[in-house]
Design a protein around this ligand. Structure first.
Ligand code: PXP
Length: 240
């Protein structure tokens, strides 16, 4: 069964627009779970533009499914992630100017810092995922670093023109096959929506999708639980 993890950063972005207390991402996460999602994903950024340290503590207490924390390799972020009690850690690239995570982590260039960080998570029993582009050389480094998962970056597929869609999907299929052959478990995400999620459903060995913006956007109109259920249905899941 393909799992859905919902990224709640965008709710915190709305709250931070007024530096106030609403909408509360923790209450939102509970509603996401009420809609049937399998997990909650949040990204603690160095610039704290959306999720705050206090949110992470509150989310850890409130989330009853699975809490997936995205962090960069920045030393402060790694320290906070280690102390967070999150169920899964996804290591992502971070650039201060970007609007959202723009590309996959360059595991080749970051191999040194990854080789220091990954064992620290493993020692605490925290499974690590690397958010990477579906390229064999990146996946080979992920394997060598002994991480459990990779999250294949679906952004290029999501942004592809009609004519380039099949090529992007083939790249993702190849990446998923390669990751599996290397012994890595396969997740995917970024830029997925109600309209384009269909394309990735048949990626081989896919276990979990991480989707945020599209679900939050729909929830503005129809409510959180309905938006989550709609996405689960698009993923072929039976929903009550
Ligand atoms: N996966 C990762 C690693 C991300 O950084 C993000 C965006 O924060 C997502 C998935 C979700 O992307 P979107 O909000 O476009 O669905």
């Amino acid at each position: 069964m393909l799992k859905l993890h919902v990224n709640i950063d965008h709710v915190a972005t709305l709250r931070q627009a007024r530096r106030g207390i609403e909408p509360d991402p923790v209450a939102w996460a509970r509603a996401v779970e009420g809609g049937g999602a399998d997990g909650i994903t949040c990204h603690l950024r160095k610039d704290r533009r959306h999720i705050q340290d206090t949110d992470l503590v509150a989310l850890r207490k409130a989330v009853t499914t699975l809490l997936n924390l995205e962090v960069s390799l920045d030393e402060e972020m790694v320290g906070l992630a280690l102390a967070s009690g999150a169920d899964e850690i996804c290591i992502v690239p971070e650039n201060r100017q970007e609007i959202t995570t723009e590309g996959g982590l360059d595991a080749i260039a970051e191999r040194g810092r990854l080789a220091e960080a990954v064992p620290r998570f493993r020692e605490r029993g925290m499974p690590v995922s690397l958010f990477v582009d579906p390229e064999p050389d990146q996946l080979e480094v992920a394997r060598a670093l002994n991480v459990e998962f990779v999250e294949l970056h679906t952004g290029s597929y999501a942004n592809a023109s009609e004519g380039a869609l099949e090529e992007e999907l083939e790249r993702l299929r190849g990446g998923a096959r390669c990751a599996h052959e290397l012994g890595l478990r396969v997740n995917a995400g970024h830029g997925l929506s109600y309209d384009n999620v269909q394309g990735v459903l048949d990626l081989p060995h896919l276990e979990e999708l991480n989707i945020g913006h599209s679900i939050v956007s729909r929830a503005v109109f129809c409510g959180v639980e309905t938006a989550v259920r709609d996405m689960l249905r698009r993923m072929g899941r039976t929903v009550a």
